[in-house]
Write a protein that binds this ligand. Structure first.
Ligand code: SF4
Length: 280
């Protein structure tokens, strides 16, 4: 566990042994093998140490994603202690809750963040013209593909690494994430400093530092995304429940495997759209 509470005696391998051999500005110098070695060196380090390593290694080639969830708030708080001008980006789908925008603005003031929206360039009106109204209600994979996956892909295209707030305990699809892993879909290093944290630790941290969080969490929403695809969860349901109710979908796709997505797109007859949109 790399949480802030459990601070056991640790074996601490030299965390820069691998990164010293790589060139952060040369994407070809990082590969799945080097990342695996680096992950072994970092797995017993704290989240703050992992983030610091990320910035020392990749500098401005490293970007931080957020969806303004509880884990993201912890990452942003750590970032604000480590980096002079903390900057995060989020996927602006035009469909977020008002409460999420309020939280964004509060975090900007409280942590001195710079927040960058990443947009698809496709307005809701245009999407409805091209694919019919309420695409999310008929084909949420296609909607997430247009509004989240393609813009993310474009944004990460010239970056060397990105930080996420993913945790293993969030769902079965996230149970095997590593602290540092190779993002083969986007061709860069993916850093998950909170991989080993639990939901309880996240909330303890938020309360310890009296950090703001989305008021909808107190109204029964464990996980928040776009308005049409997010509901309050039933008592005792998992951390990702309440998302895409009625569909066998638990992830928007930005953390899923590209081969799976390509197959689904092919099965839906959308391959042409994918190729036109820059997919390969
Ligand atoms: S979460 Fe829903 S509304 Fe948002 S991009 Fe995905 S399908 Fe569309």
């Amino acid at each position: 566990m790399s949480g802030f509470i459990t601070d056991k005696e640790r074996t601490r391998p030299d965390l820069k042994a691998v990164s010293r051999r790589q060139d952060a500005h040369n994407p070809n110098s990082w590969n799945p093998k080097a990342v695996m070695e680096q992950n072994r060196a970092l797995e017993n380090h704290t989240a703050a140490e992992v983030i610091r390593w990320g910035f020392e290694t990749f500098g401005t080639e490293l970007v931080t994603a957020t969806g303004f969830g509880p884990s993201g708030i912890v990452v942003m708080h750590l970032l604000s202690k480590i980096v002079a001008e903390p900057t995060v980006f989020y996927l602006e789908t035009d469909l977020l809750f008002e409460e999420t925008y309020t939280l964004r603005d509060t975090l900007v003031d409280r942590l001195g963040l710079k927040v960058m929206p990443v947009h698809s360039g496709v307005s809701l009106w245009r999407q409805a013209q091209q694919h019919g109204p309420d695409l999310w209600a008929r084909n949420p994979d296609h909607c997430c593909f247009i509004r989240k996956m393609l813009p993310l892909r474009g944004f990460l295209a010239d970056k060397s690494a990105w930080i996420t707030a993913l945790r293993r305990d969030q769902s079965s699809t996230r149970s095997d994430i590593e602290v540092v892993e190779w993002d083969s879909e986007n061709g860069l290093v993916k850093i998950n400093p909170l991989a080993g944290w639990t939901s309880e630790e996240i909330w303890q941290y938020i309360h310890l530092y009296d950090l703001p969080y989305n008021s909808l969490h107190d109204q029964g929403y464990p996980s928040l995304g776009c308005r049409p695809c997010t509901q309050p969860a039933l008592d005792g349901a998992g951390a990702r429940s309440g998302r895409w109710t009625g569909f066998a979908k638990t992830e928007c796709g930005i953390h899923r495997r590209l081969q799976v997505i390509k197959k689904e797109i092919h099965d839906e007859g959308l391959s042409d759209f994918f190729e036109r949109s820059g997919g390969s």
